[in-house]
Design a protein around this ligand. Structure first.
Ligand code: 13P
Length: 249
């Protein structure tokens, strides 16, 4: 049986009190399952509520949605990997499509952020995905392999096995359109091949999550795909009952 990762990306939702309420409901109803981990990516301001609620549950972990690559200094509005780690984060999303497309994050930025995360002891969850025009032009695999290589640029082969990857086709995020299991199978297999090329055979075991309009109705079909090791969920992770249904699937 494969080991699964369920990751909730709350984006710019769930104030500290809402996050605390959500987590009370979730932790109270979700019993540990040995074949899966559940990760929460609240807004940084609500990280404390999540960290406090998961307490000593090793199967539940928290992360942040973004970091700056510098350690500290005059960068108004930014948070560093060290600050996030100090506040209880263990993971960080890097290169989410909203960072790339709404905030102009470049592939070079993703590499600097991956390096900063690893240095501070945060596990990067590297997000890759093609736009609709790129898919229509038959560029999907070329684009996602390039994004993966760029984010890991400069890293030694040995560190590759320690990251997580999320394949999130941009056209599937928040649109209600999901990749078919066939689309996901092809992209995930290509990413696993690239991971092995970059980090050796051990890196073939790096979890590759699927994201983009995942919900309780379609999650089982996606998880049935051989190389889909979990899901990264936005909208459907905001409601505790729906999230419970997803992580139990
Ligand atoms: P939705 O699940 O809302 O489509 O968002 C996906 C996503 O971007 C998760 O990071």
């Amino acid at each position: 049986m494969k080991s699964l990762v369920f990751a909730a990306n709350w984006k710019m939702n769930q104030a500290p009190a809402d996050a605390a309420l959500f987590m009370r409901t979730f932790v109270g109803q979700y019993a540990r399952q040995t074949d899966r981990r559940v990760l929460f990516f609240p807004p940084a301001l609500s990280l404390h509520s999540v960290v406090e609620a998961i307490h000593d549950r090793a199967d539940l972990q928290a992360g942040v949605q973004n970091i700056h690559w510098e350690d500290s200094g005059a960068f108004t509005g930014e948070i560093s990997a060290g600050l996030a780690r100090g506040a209880g984060a263990r993971f960080v999303l890097i290169g989410h499509s909203e960072r790339r497309h709404l905030f102009g994050e470049t592939e070079a930025d993703t590499a600097k952020k991956v390096a900063a995360a690893l240095k501070a002891g945060l596990t990067p969850v590297i997000c890759v995905g093609e736009t609709l025009p790129e898919r229509e032009a038959g560029e999907t695999l070329r684009v996602i392999r390039r994004q993966l290589r760029a984010a890991l640029e400069g890293q030694e082969a040995g560190v590759v096995a320690g990251v997580l990857i999320a394949y999130e086709p941009v056209w599937a995020i928040g649109t209600g359109r999901t990749a078919t299991p066939q689309d996901a199978a092809e992209a995930h297999a290509a990413l696993k091949t690239e991971l092995r090329a970059l980090g050796g055979e051990r890196s073939g075991a790096v979890p590759v999550l699927y994201g983009g309009s995942v919900n309780r109705a379609n999650v089982a079909g996606l998880l049935a795909v051989e190389d889909v090791d979990g899901v990264l969920v936005g909208g459907a992770s905001l409601d505790a009952e729906q999230w419970l249904a997803i992580v139990r699937s």
